[in-house]
Ligand binder design. Structure first.
Ligand code: SF4
Ligand code: SF4
Ligand code: SF4
Length: 263
């Protein structure tokens, strides 16, 4: 992972002639590598270390200090202006093409919304999954309409509007995410039903190179992996069509819980 992010860092630094990309992607690569090495040393909160290092950096430094809107509105904004900078690069690496390689690693190790939701008490869902995932398409479309309208109206000071929408959008995400977690007794309810970014993440991660597989010769069908999974994935099924397979956030809770080391 360090090599992958190091390659992205150097490539963008040289092609864009901007030192920021070298520092930015190196920091993210080092944070991920640190989490992996802590995991190898069996530190219980290894994933959370990476999630807090990357999530806080993106929310506090890039978002609030540098005024970069990394939410989906920021992506549409840069896309419409035809600029391959900031949010468009972030989306290309973390949420559109990156998931072909590392699935929904973003959701497990970097997202600043989930970084807060993962502190809540319902790490394993306490209720069956609801059939309300269609809401993500509504939020996705609304975000697109919002930015398209600003462009059609020739709104002035778009940078300021984007910064304000970043603040308001984040506050809304946290409020809805926390409320849903308590109502549905599921920390990741927001990820499962509301988050517009999953419209990109789910189809791309379906083809992910990095994925957890089950060694059927070791598995004793005890069901522990399914009990601990925050995303209701049927991880014992090795096919790409396994139930909720495109929801896996690579948190490795199933791997840690398997008594037979079958995952
Ligand atoms: S589904 Fe959305 S809110 Fe949840 S972790 Fe992924 S990007 Fe973040
Ligand atoms: S527990 Fe396993 S299957 Fe479930 S999200 Fe985490 S890594 Fe994926
Ligand atoms: S926890 Fe391990 S042994 Fe139990 S069902 Fe899952 S993969 Fe099989």
């Amino acid at each position: 992972m360090l090599a992958i992010f190091g390659t992205v860092a150097v490539t963008l630094w040289l092609t864009k002639d901007n030192l920021f990309y070298l520092l930015n992607f190196s920091y993210i690569g080092i944070s991920i590598a640190l989490g992996i090495s802590l995991y190898i040393r069996e530190y219980k909160h290894a994933r959370r270390v990476t999630q807090l290092l990357v999530g806080c950096y993106m929310l506090l430094y890039l978002g609030l200090i540098c005024n970069e809107n990394m939410q989906i509105e920021g992506f549409w904004y840069y896309l419409f202006t035809g600029v391959f900078e900031a949010a468009t690069i972030h989306y290309a690496v973390a949420k559109i093409f990156g998931p072909l390689l590392f699935g929904r690693g973003w959701c497990g190790y970097a997202c600043w919304t989930a970084m807060v939701l993962d502190f809540l008490p319902y790490k394993q869902p306490k209720q069956p999954r609801k059939k309300i995932g269609f809401i993500r398409y509504i939020t996705f479309t609304l975000s697109l309409i919002f930015v398209a309208t600003l462009f059609l109206m020739h709104a002035g000071d778009m940078e300021r509007i984007m910064f304000l929408s970043f603040i308001i959008g984040n506050l809304l995400y946290y409020a809805v995410g926390i409320a849903l977690a308590f109502i549905l007794k599921d920390n990741r309810a927001f990820c499962k039903y509301i988050c517009p970014i999953t419209v990109f993440l789910k189809p791309m991660s379906y083809f992910s190179v990095l994925r957890i597989k089950c060694d059927k010769s070791k598995c004793v069908s005890c069901g522990k992996c399914k009990q601990v999974c925050p995303m209701d994935v049927d991880i014992t099924d090795n096919s790409r069509k396994r139930a909720n397979g495109a929801e896996c956030i690579l948190c490795l809770e199933c791997v840690k819980s398997c008594p037979k080391k079958a995952l």
